[in-house]
Design a protein around this ligand. Sequence first.
Ligand code: CMP
Length: 140
Amino acid sequence: AVERTLSIIKPDAVAKNVIGELYTRFEKAGLKIVAARMVHLSREQAEGFYAVHKDRPFFNDLVGFMTSGPVMVQVLEGEDAIRKNRDIMGATNPKEALAGTIRHDYAESIDANAAHGSDAPETAAQEIDYFFKADEICSR
Ligand code: CMP
């Protein structure tokens, strides 16, 4: 089915100047960028986005990292977009990410892991809603 997923290019990948490289990977996989914005997240925005992880031991480091510099936030649309995006990114821990995946190629650690992607249709809908109003998404 055609799906939408929320993607974030994290501060480490933005600092490495590989936004275009990651966009090319999304597009080559058949995913369309239908909304996008660069933002330097506030602590409140990052905590709200990752609220599901608030009791995890890594929460503070995660929020600290995600507010350390600007991120690029986008909605990707396409057939099986949620799984496709996760396949392109590779495993959360870059040490486990397969060769040719974004995290294998660009990530340094489980926190500085280059990109985020929604993990299921329900979370995708919530995460898209967190960053974009309906009229900011240009379906095509
Ligand atoms: P992300 O897909 O953005 O969702 C939550 C993030 O928490 C994850 O990527 C990692 O960057 C970070 N994280 C840090 N430690 C862990 C861990 N032990 N398990 C899962 N995610 C972690």
